[in-house]
Design a binder for this molecule. Sequence first.
Ligand code: PXL
Length: 291
Amino acid sequence: MKKLAVINDLSGVGRSSLSIQLPVVSTLSVTACPVPTAILSSHTAFKEVAKVDFKDHLSGFFDAWNKNGFSFDGILIGYLGDTEEHPLIEDFIREQKKRNPELTVILDPVMADNGSLYRHMTQKHIEAMLSLAKYADLLTPNLTEAALLADFDYEGMKETLKDCKLDAAKGMVFNSLLSALHHITPGAVIVTGIEEENEAGEKMLLNVLSETDGDLRFIRNPRTGNGRPGTGDLFSAIISAKLLKGTDHEKACRSAADFVGLAIKHSEELNVPVIEGVQFEDLLRHLLDSD
Ligand code: PXL
């Protein structure tokens, strides 16, 4: 069975990060090996949050894993609360790459959404993420994170995209953003969860996949509800497990987008409060349909 190291925070309430990624990876028959980067009472959108930093324990974790001779097929990286964690993860990737040259590194640069950095995130996090991106085989930023990493103006880009009626025009905007991102990572890039409207006025979510050879794919799904915490974590976990099982980027992206859409719709129908993320637990069997 393939083995995925999942480096992310453990948040007790709100269905984000490790809490949502571990069950999804297991359902897809990939062994998930968690490394907590921080332990929080809940994700940071809640008003009161108790946070325990785990950075001082990361090198001990990685050392023990390396000394035991553990080797992984993939490493998925998400929320990193402290910029001292990024170089430790880079060392771990270098060591693991020696053991398994086929290692797949998926970096979800969790830092920001809707034009703003998350609480506790700073310019230093952006710089540390730029360094870590050099090791990624796949980078999955949302539009805000992509703009921050490429030093593009998010609001300006969002406005321009809104005015682009044709995919050819959108392609020009994304080509310039993605060519900047391909300078910071050797991997493929998926810019995730871009909100748009189609010609019929229906709300859509667009994921833009750019392969390392520059091949650009627009992957669209109906928007089934408002954005919710943890959907990026869900998306990156499904893609990671699928990639380890040999699925290509485009198919993995479609499966992940379909499942996230389903989970948002289900949560809306059940009136799950947005802050509690997506109710995915009773949908896990749908992941097997696309397996
Ligand atoms: O799902 C993104 C995420 C992950 N981890 C923590 C967060 C958030 C978003 O708010 O606060 C701790």
